[in-house]
Ligand binder design. Structure first.
Ligand code: HPA
Ligand SMILES: [Zn+2]
Length: 339
């Protein structure tokens, strides 16, 4: 099958996005628009100047800019507009279900209430469901460079809104902040019936992935690239049937891989791991879902069977109902058998 046909197939197929930070969908143009609307001064004079700063050598480089960018989000309408712009974009890319992270502590520190944040985001998710039948889950993520106490305080603030929250995650600076640091708060979340996922093995060592599994008892692993350094860990991930939410263009931009030709996703599939494709922070990393798939097809030589497996893994690894999964899997199968 030609590269062009594979790309068309990737574009057309029903997709899920399981690793997406809503604050990472902030396109520079929209950031400047909200800065003007809210009278916030950005450190950059123009969209071009801001875009020119998107050169990262590691995760921290990016995070420094990411936290600056979100400083223009102040009102409920800002969270709504940001979320809606993302959902509109991926709806056009045939994404049928999203599970998105938000970083409450990144806004609470600027005196933006939990209610303001979540109401704006949740209203957009509901509108996308009403307008296009796009389903979603919302994941509240704890910032791992902050203390466990701060995460516990955030969980308290979230309690009136738990009916809108499906799961919790762990993100921000990985090195020096192992999952172990958060084992009590994650236990409290699980006791409340929340699903659990954590960024692990993006920059951190395999031991952090072990901790995410053994101490945090994750339902999913975000990234997980460095798990491949430990074959016992690979066996454990397979045994527990854990999904890895892999982010190819993010890995390239943050120098987790040098080139996409070296990206481990094909190897993950060969090992029988449930790898999926996701965009992470698409406005900063150069592409949304279809860009990630196109780049993998072009650079990593993903073939038709692998493309199908990645899409299946995205559906299976989501937190949708069994009925919903079956419906999307049927559509996917129909599409792949027709070409
Ligand atoms: O890629 C990421 N890694 C860790 N934390 C993050 N917060 C937003 N994006 C990321
Ligand atoms: Zn991420």
């Amino acid at each position: 099958m030609s590269v062009t046909t594979l790309m068309t197939l990737a574009e057309k197929m029903p997709k899920t996005e399981l690793h997406l930070h809503i604050e990472g969908t902030f396109e520079p143009e929209q950031m400047f628009e909200l800065a003007t609307r809210n009278n916030v001064t950005l450190k950059y004079a123009s969209v071009e100047e801001l875009k020119a700063a998107y050169q990262f050598t590691n995760l921290q480089d990016f995070l420094d800019l990411y936290y600056q960018g979100m400083s223009v989000l102040l009102k409920e309408a800002d969270f709504y507009d940001l979320t809606m712009a993302y959902l509109r974009k991926v709806h056009q890319e045939n994404v049928v279900h999203v599970e998105i992270f938000f970083d409450p502590q990144g806004h609470l520190s600027r005196d933006v209430s939990f209610e303001t944040q979540i109401t704006g985001i949740y209203r957009a998710l509901q509108d996308a469901d009403k307008q296009w039948g796009m389903s979603s889950k919302l994941i509240m993520s704890f910032l791992r460079h902050l203390s466990e106490e701060s995460a516990i305080e955030t969980l308290e603030l979230a309690k009136p809104f738990l009916h809108w929250i499906d799961g919790v995650g762990l993100d921000s600076s990985e090195l020096g902040h192992p999952p172990e640091k958060f084992k009590n708060v994650f236990k409290a979340c699980q006791d409340l019936g929340l699903k659990v996922t954590a960024h692990a093995g993006e920059e951190g060592p395999p031991d952090y992935v072990w901790q995410a599994i053994d101490l945090i008892k994750v339902d999913r692993i975000d990234h997980g690239n460095r798990a491949l350094e430990d074959m016992n860990l690979v066996a454990k991930i397979k045994e527990q049937q854990l999904t890895l939410t892999v982010c190819p263009l993010s890995n390239l931009k943050l120098c987790v891989v040098e080139e996409l030709t070296d990206h481990p996703i094909k190897h993950m599939l060969k090992l029988g791991l449930n790898a999926t494709v996701n965009s992470d922070d698409p406005a900063y990393f150069g592409g949304y879902m279809n860009d990630n798939y196109r780049a993998l097809i072009r650079e990593s030589g993903i073939n038709k069977d692998e493309l199908y497996q990645l899409a299946v893994n995205g559906i299976e690894g989501s937190w949708m109902s069994v009925e919903q999964k079956t419906r999307h899997l049927d559509t996917l199968k129909g599409l792949f058998t027709s070409v």
